[in-house]
Ligand binder design. Structure first.
Ligand code: B12
Ligand code: SF4
Length: 470
């Protein structure tokens, strides 16, 4: 069969383009799981257009909430062209009934353990509507097939993405990761990772793990194995990892260059809701200093709009970031993704403003905040970004970064600065649209904006007999 695997493009202003882009890992994973008798092509729509006019037997599309409208649009076109369409990914997993309206089959959760069976069913014309296999054993997975792209002549991505572990022991209110991967952390065998790096000659790696130091003894073995490969790498982690002498030193020796750390909120009361972020503020400050003296970029992830926050949070956050000369940040607006406890709570409290998923991209205010109006939150957020990414702030923080990665520092700060300008116009259009809805959340109103975005709300329980056994 001819199989096309797609990661749809995003339609909102985003910094993650060009050299800052982290390549999608799902496409090489699915390509590797596809038996060699099939002809497979992967298309990341951020890089190249989807070949809509060719014949495909099976089209697999990975769906995130903010890309759902585009994914459903592509699915409808491909179905009309005669392909069997399979949807998977985070959004399709939490709202399978919505995704099923646009697909021949939906994969809930991870692809390993179901993809081959699904392709076999497609070949025999007996696709089931839903496939699900809970927590597959990662030691049985093949190495990602990274060269199934059409445009091999394009420059290779700046970094190679690898996921060494899946699963998270925590249960933050705004996250649905556990619904996909479960609480138990599972690891890819270290020899597979080494082989993947060597085979592709990768020198810069982005580990996509939630917390690279989550399994301590695994992490120590991984870092030992990375050392002779002479790579530089970045990942997500916690202050606990940075303040663990043995672990952090081993990471440094193995090529660690940057860490994405969930600071989330400077308000300790808000952090109480996030088991991963319960540490006192001083420990975050210690971790930031430790990274700086080791020459590591500390990239802080921040979320604004928690119920415990008032408008004063923006000044306090700015003060915290400047006092600690934090090099780079990802500032987000709290987003009630479907499938999270946050979404369920805000729905119960009548605070979800709409379910036009295209706006669930972590900057638009899609819910009624507790201590601010939605527009006030958006305006204060933009002011905060203007201040943090102003030239004077970039200069003020620059001195502390000289020993870290000056080019990276400047590149990331300028990219966020540029995006902040685009966001002003984007927010204006968003609030115009929101006002047009007159506060009445009808499915007709939402579909008027995005003719392809389904607004079915959370999935009802599965009807008996529709799911394949897990
Ligand atoms: C690393 C990461 C990033 C990185 C790298 C992303 C990349 N390009 O690879 C960065 C920081 C750049 C990033 C950016 C964004 N991210 Co992100 N990211 C993650 C993280 C931590 C891991 C994702 C990942 O790559 N996993 C590895 C792949 C292999 O796993 P997977 O996609 O889940 O795929 C498995 C299954 O879902 C399934 N599957 C997936 N697709 C398909 C398709 C088919 C056909 C089938 C059969 C199966 C299948 O099989 C796979 C393997 O088993 C997750 C959180 C988490 N722990 O999952 C958030 C997460 C996926 N991101 C999220 C979001 C919102 C974003 C952004 C939209 C944020 C923004 N506003 O810019 C962007 C968009 C990214 C993009 N389109 O490229 C959300 C998605 C929420 C949602 N409901 O959609 C998550 C869940 C985090 C959160 N906030 O809760 N992200
Ligand atoms: S620690 Fe990260 S992955 Fe785990 S539940 Fe919290 S936000 Fe999700």
């Amino acid at each position: 069969m001819r199989i096309l695997l797609i990661s749809p493009k995003k339609d909102f202003p985003d910094v993650g383009r060009g050299w800052l882009r982290v390549p999608q890992l799902i496409l090489p994973i699915l390509a590797a799981l596809t038996p060699s008798e099939h002809d497979v092509l992967t298309i990341d729509e951020e890089d190249e257009p989807v070949p809509l006019d060719e014949h495909w037997d099976v089209v697999g599309i990975s769906v995130m909430t903010p890309t759902a409208a585009r994914a459903y649009e592509l699915a409808s076109v491909m179905k009309r062209n005669g392909a069997k369409v399979v949807l998977g990914g985070v959004h399709a997993s939490v709202l399978p009934h919505e995704a099923a309206q646009f697909a021949d089959a939906v994969v809930v959760g991870e692809a390993e353990g179901v993809w081959q069976e699904l392709l076999d069913d497609a070949r025999r014309n007996r696709l089931k509507k839903l496939y699900h296999h809970w927590q597959p054993d990662l030691s049985e997975s093949p190495l990602p097939a990274r060269k199934k792209r059409r445009s091999l002549f394009r420059p290779a991505p700046y970094v190679m993405s690898i996921m060494a572990s899946r699963g998270c022991p925590f249960d933050c209110e705004f996250c649905c990761s556990n619904k996909i991967y479960g609480h138990k952390q599972r690891h890819v065998p270290i020899e597979h990772i080494v082989e993947d790096i060597e085979r592709n000659g990768a020198k810069r790696i982005a580990f996509l793990d939630n917390n690279i130091g989550g399994g301590r003894s695994y992490a120590l073995r991984l870092f030992t194995a990375l050392k002779p490969l002479n790579v530089s790498w970045s990942s997500m982690s916690t202050p606990g990892f940075i303040l663990d002498d043995e672990l952090f030193d081993a990471a440094l020796r193995s090529g660690l260059k940057g860490l994405f750390v969930g600071v989330e909120s400077v308000e300790p009361e808000a952090r109480k809701k996030m088991p991963k972020a319960l540490l006192p503020t001083q420990l975050y400050e210690k971790a930031i200093q430790r990274c700086r003296s080791a020459g590591i970029v500390f990239h802080a992830s921040l979320v604004f709009g928690f119920d415990e926050e008032t408008p004063a949070v923006f000044e306090r956050t700015l003060e915290f970031l400047l006092r600690n000369s934090v090099p780079t940040i990802s500032p987000c607006i709290l987003t009630p993704y479907p499938g999270t406890r946050l979404y369920d709570r805000l729905t119960r409290e009548g605070r979800i403003l709409h379910t036009n998923w295209s706006y669930y991209e972590q900057t638009s205010v899609c819910y009624q905040p507790k201590n601010m109006g939605p527009e006030e939150l958006a305006e204060k957020y933009l002011d905060f970004r203007d201040k943090f990414f102003s030239y004077s702030s970039i200069m003020q923080r620059a001195y502390a970064q000289l020993s870290v990665a000056p080019a990276m520092y400047l590149g990331i700060n300028l990219a966020y600065r540029r995006r902040t300008r685009l966001l002003r116009e984007y927010f204006r259009n968003y609030f115009d649209w929101l006002r047009q809805q007159k506060g009445v959340q009808t499915s007709q109103g939402i579909q008027a904006l995005s003719s392809v975005s389904a607004d079915t709300g959370p999935a009802p329980p599965l009807a008996p007999g529709t799911a394949s056994p897990g």
